[in-house]
Design a protein around this ligand. Structure first.
Ligand SMILES: Cc1cc2nc3c(=O)[nH]c(=O)nc-3n(C[C@H](O)[C@H](O)[C@H](O)COP(=O)(O)OP(=O)(O)OC[C@H]3O[C@@H](n4cnc5c(N)ncnc54)[C@H](O)[C@@H]3O)c2cc1C
Length: 486
């Protein structure tokens, strides 16, 4: 089966003429910000950019795009980094940005729920929840840029998954515009609803391939009034993992973050332009940032001190004495992420393994990388509570672009097969997009592939939506690729 679509400026002009003015951007300069992702690594050139103002306007647009067989890609804050939200480079796709559908529709402090439009920036949604003395617990470095629709569509996790779960665990309902323009209204705030299939689950983590999310009903929690943050040094990753098991229990399950950073990652954080001192008086192979949070009168300081006193696994550590100090400790984590890109492109992964296998996986994977790319600097860190690791590789300075791509390939050849061996996943954060599609499809069993293709065909028979992401486009103009993306 092949499905050839007909992207053309004439089709856009016809659609534009039938709709309310101000929906489209078509000039190269005004479309430029919609053509590259957060890193600048993935570029695209949209045919046009549509910025709908309401669910009904988007539904009308999608019906017209289906009639015109115009390929569409939904876009949030462009922090997904797998080439999913940027258009193809050849002006074939209409980008639909949700940025003008950004309202917080409601917050209910008795239900502990909020209803937010897909274009709302995560940080804005979090602040709105905080203003109602509630917590929206999706928390990670890109929260000032990413949008709720993107979070839903990538099933975002972050620092607090350990305590509150990931986005999938927090979504109570969704409103979705289907590729043919029908609106699926599943925007309920019910905690428990066992009527038939739980259809919203189809759209969570679907990377915009099955429908365009326009609003989400999300679970909230009481806002923590007390926080304790500590940075701890360990002699080994197995010690970290044994301490993790101890700390969950010893902290009365009030742990809200447990972030692992191996020493090379901390050294990246310490690089100029940062002027941080080493956080502890000696250096250690592994560090952990832990956070405890409670909304009520719990003596968290006593809990964390007892937890540390009850274990001989921690070699050294510092507990933040104030909010300002807590923020400083978190800065090591943030600066490590920011500084990795200062020398140019680096190989990123967002993999996962079962939590109990993190230490063994890192041991084997780092040994493999040392052998395969001895000239590069591996940097490993992750959210221990969900087994989600970043095992990144920074190329040596001065390496030319072809050398960088070859190095990325060698690193990937070490890491991906190991994930099979450790029963892990090649994508625990950013999704599959175009970058990981070939690797994903190669590892997919026939029954899963058949079910996935069946869902796609049912909801998007013409494959106009996010084509070539996750599943093949079935378009002769987009042949299946030998091409590997990094
Ligand atoms: C610095 C940094 C730190 C991060 N840390 C974490 C982390 O700790 N844990 C984690 O899980 N992830 C993390 N991420 C990844 C994060 O989950 C995603 O970047 C984010 O959720 C995507 O949101 P976005 O609005 O930027 O979406 P985009 O990048 O714009 O889009 C992502 C995907 O969603 C689709 N999409 C966007 N909006 C919609 C919509 N309304 N309807 C349907 N499809 C849509 C796009 O087509 C694309 O496929 C991090 C990213 C960065 C850059």
């Amino acid at each position: 089966m092949t499905l050839t679509l007909s992207p053309s400026s004439a089709a856009v002009a016809t659609i534009q003429a039938g709709m309310r003015p101000g929906l489209f951007l078509t000039g190269p300069a005004e479309m430029e910000p919609y053509g590259r992702d957060w890193t600048g690594d993935h570029h695209g050139v949209p045919l046009a950019v549509a910025r709908p103002r309401s669910t009904t306007e988007l539904a009308d647009l999608m019906a017209r795009c289906t009639a015109a067989r115009l390929p569409v890609v939904p876009q949030g804050g462009l922090t997904g980094l797998v080439g999913a939200a940027t258009a193809e480079p050849d002006r074939r796709e209409l980008v639909v940005s949700l940025e003008r559908m950004a309202a917080v529709r409601s917050i209910n402090p008795i239900d502990y729920t909020m209803v937010v439009e897909a274009g709302c920036v995560l940080d804005v949604a979090k602040q709105a929840a905080a203003a109602a003395d509630c917590l929206l617990p999706i928390t990670f470095g890109a929260q000032g840029s990413c949008r709720i629709g993107g979070n839903v569509s990538t099933n975002a996790g972050g620092f607090n998954v350990l305590r509150y779960g990931m986005t999938r665990d927090l979504v109570l309902g969704l409103e979705v515009v289907l590729p043919d323009g029908r609106i699926w209204n599943g925007l309920r705030t019910l905690r428990k609803d066992n009527r038939g299939y739980d259809l919203k689950q189809l759209f969570i983590g679907a990377e915009g391939t099955l429908g365009i999310v326009t609003a989400a009903a999300l679970k909230l929690f009481p806002r923590p009034a007390r926080l304790e943050v500590a940075l701890l040094g360990f002699r080994s990753v197995p010690d970290v993992m044994a301490f993790y098991a101890h700390a969950r229990r010893a902290c009365s399950d009030l742990l809200s973050a447990f972030e692992l950073i191996l020493r090379p990652g901390l050294e990246v954080a310490l690089r100029p332009p940062a002027s941080f001192p080493d956080p502890l008086s000696e250096t250690y192979p592994a560090y952990v940032l832990i956070e405890l949070a409670s909304s009520g009168p719990v003596d968290l300081r006593a809990l964390i001190e007892d937890c540390l006193a009850g274990s001989d696994l921690v070699a050294d550590g510092t507990i933040a004495a104030s909010q300002a100090q807590a923020e400083k400790l978190w800065l090591y984590r943030e600066m490590m992420v920011e500084h990795q890109g200062h020398g140019g492109r680096y190989y990123r992964t967002d993999v996962s393994v079962p939590i109990s296998r993190i230490a063994d996986f890192l041991d084997v994977a780092l040994a493999g990388l040392r052998a395969a790319v001895p000239e590069a600097q591996p940097v490993a860190y992750g959210h221990v509570g969900d087994g989600n690791l970043h095992l990144n590789v920074i190329p040596p300075t001065g390496l030319d672009p072809a050398g960088i791509v070859a190095l990325f390939g060698r690193a990937q050849e070490v890491i991906y097969p190991l994930l099979d061996r450790f029963e892990g996943s090649i994508s625990a954060e950013h999704g599959i997009g175009r970058v990981k599609r070939n690797a994903f499809l190669q590892g997919l069993d026939p029954v899963s592939r058949e079910l996935a293709e069946g869902l796609k065909t049912m909801l998007d028979p013409l494959r106009i939506l996010s084509r070539g992401r996750i599943l093949p486009a079935l378009d002769p103009a987009q042949p299946e690729g030998a091409r590997e993306w990094y």
